[in-house]
Structure formats: structure tokens, C-alpha cells
Design a protein around this ligand. Structure first.
Ligand code: FE
Length: 232
């Protein structure tokens, strides 16, 4: 038996992984990034094959990794976490700098960035793991704290998008409690944030147990700022 509550205690950082060159490219928010070796410094990134950034990773063999800050703007999270580069040019809509390797880097709302050259790949079903060797890294802002997946889930109350390796269908989580108490959940169609009636939204003074229909029409998604009408 898999207890998804236990599974969710695994935590990670949140990063923007980007690839491409000065003319084209894309990026996405990944939480499945980790250091594999210290000498030489190598970092692994898992990317869904359907992700628009995947083809840039394959073609350029380079990626940048920007470490997201805890206070990252809702627009950054919404655009890089929940929109597809197939239909939305993320790099043209955000401030981009170019690293020493020429790769596009998102620097706003990030503490630091690293540029890596792909030295190995592993096929893992829906995803490919890219092992990158660190070529260049820059500290951007030492005063900000990094956003962890745990912080994002529990404080920002965000959900993993469908292409993320950590995505789990929410109906698998505690279905008994949901049926017994008759609280419902409403999902933001823009960013995936879930308003859970049993928990309310403390960040905007909405008490636990508040029905979504009773939440003020002025209430906005705490993650991306969209209105109630975009929840389903
Ligand atoms: Fe939202």
C-alpha cells in the first residue's frame, strides 16, 4: 500500500531549468534536481519528454538552473510552472540574461544560477534524467531564502503540475476524509493551486471550513492572482 502522505514528505528545492540560445529556448520549473557528485560537480535534472524544454535540452546539451526564492512572484511560478512553451513564449515575457555558455537564464526572483553541460542521460519511462557538469555559477542575492517544494506545498499551497515527476492525482489523497465531511476542493485552472474548503486560505483571512461559494468575490488565487471565476 502506498500512503501518499508519506510519499509527500520527500522534499526538494524549486528551480527554473532553461535551455536554448539567444534566439530561441524555453524553461520550466523543476523540483527534481539534485547534486550527484562533488568532484567534478555534477547535477541531475529530470525532464518529462512532453515538456517543451526537453527538445532544447537534447539539442543544445546545455542548461541553466536558477534557484527560485521563497518570495518569487506568482507570475514566475504560473508561467514557468503551469504554462507550456508550445503556446506561450516564456522567455519573451520575462527578464532573461545569457550565461557564459550562451544559455538563457532567468535571474529575476532567484538567488543564484548555474550553467551545466550535459554529460550523460538516462531514460526513465516518461522522463529523461540529464546529468550536467557545472561550468559556471553566479550568486545573485544572498539575502533571499530558497523556495523548497515543502514550502511551496504547505505555505503557498501549490500543487505539482501534471508533467512533474512528483505529480499525484489528488483523489488518491485521503478520499475517506473528503467523503465524510463533504468539504470540496477547487482548483485554479491557471496555476493548479487548490482551494480546500476544510483549510480555507489563511493568507487572505479565509477561515478553515469556509465553503468556496462563501469566499468573497474579491478573493484571488494566492499563487497566481487569478479570480474565483477561474476555479473549477
Ligand atoms: Fe492560480
Amino acid at each position: 500500500m502506498i500512503d501518499y502522505k508519506a510519499y509527500f514528505t520527500l522534499s526538494y528545492g524549486l528551480y527554473i531549468v532553461s535551455s536554448g540560445d539567444r534566439n530561441t529556448g524555453n524553461g520550466f520549473i523543476a523540483n527534481s534536481v539534485f547534486q550527484v557528485t562533488a568532484d567534478p560537480p555534477r547535477i541531475a535534472v529530470s525532464c518529462n519528454k512532453n515538456n517543451h524544454t526537453f527538445k532544447f535540452l537534447e539539442k543544445y546539451g546545455l542548461f541553466a538552473l536558477s534557484v527560485l526564492a521563497q518570495d518569487a512572484s506568482p507570475e514566475i511560478i504560473s508561467d514557468f510552472g503551469y504554462k507550456s512553451g508550445n503556446v506561450f513564449d516564456k522567455l519573451r515575457n520575462h527578464q532573461v540574461i545569457y550565461g557564459e555558455t550562451g544559455v538563457p537564464v532567468i535571474s529575476a526572483d532567484c538567488l543564484s544560477y548555474m550553467e551545466c553541460k550535459v554529460v550523460q542521460t538516462f531514460e526513465v519511462g516518461t522522463h529523461v534524467i540529464f546529468i550536467g557538469e557545472l561550468m559556471h555559477s553566479v550568486m545573485l542575492d544572498e539575502t533571499r531564502k530558497c523556495m523548497t517544494y515543502d514550502y511551496y506545498r504547505n505555505v503557498k499551497r501549490g500543487a505539482a503540475p501534471k508533467n512533474a515527476p512528483t505529480y499525484v492525482d489528488k483523489s488518491l489523497l485521503d478520499p475517506v476524509k473528503k467523503d465524510n465531511i463533504n468539504f470540496q476542493s477547487y482548483k485554479c485552472s491557471v496555476c493548479g493551486y487548490v482551494y480546500d474548503e476544510s483549510q480555507g486560505d489563511e493568507s487572505q483571512g479565509v477561515m478553515p471550513g469556509t465553503k468556496f461559494s462563501d469566499v468573497s468575490d474579491l478573493w484571488k488565487c494566492p499563487l497566481c492572482g487569478t479570480g474565483k471565476e477561474d476555479f473549477e
